[in-house]
Design a protein around this ligand. Sequence first.
Ligand code: SF4
Ligand code: SF4
Length: 216
Amino acid sequence: MKKEPLSPESRDSAFKEQVLKTPAGEKIQTCMQCGICVGSCPVSHEMDHSPRELVRMVQLGLKREVLSSNTIWICTTCFSCSVRCPRGIHPTELMEMLKPIAIAEGIKNKNIKFDNVFSDVIKNNGRASEFLLISKYSLTEPGMIKQLPFGLSMMAKGKIPLSIDRMENTRELDAIFKLGEKTWEPKKESKETEEKDKQPEQNKPGDTELAEGAKK
Ligand code: SF4
Ligand code: SF4
């Protein structure tokens, strides 16, 4: 993946301090750039900056580059890097901690799509559904059409259940989402504008329609 050159002039010491104060950031200064996290990462080839680079960028306080990096959205939270880091640094938790900061800063990234779909499914149903996740994500990501034959064969073999399991009482879950939205309310003006989701929300079928359509 082609990388843009970093601009050290954009160092932001307040951002660095903000990250270092968190549990995910407390050991970041001890990173020795060994690269074990990169060697352990199953998706580093898709990232514009590897976990090792991201840690270094945080050390340098490169706020704009860190928060606009696709790395924090590509990470699958598999924890391989956190388990193997010889310095006890937790890149996984670092990624998760940076996401709400990027949202609050109004920094958009096209790789946020899956996180948005996942959160919508949980918000609406209280539980994850592989079928809904795949269907809804496919509507936002045209490239997923290539996976259609594979998805259909998995459904035919019963590997992707079509039934949607819903939580009976979502009152506490609603409260958690409201609290999160209030805490990390995005800024009105976005600093980094990347591709926006081109699929109009009103054209997307609802959860029930998707499930019914697949059963036909
Ligand atoms: S494994 Fe740990 S010490 Fe090594 S580069 Fe990654 S974060 Fe730094
Ligand atoms: S937790 Fe994220 S960054 Fe770490 S190895 Fe897994 S995918 Fe890569």
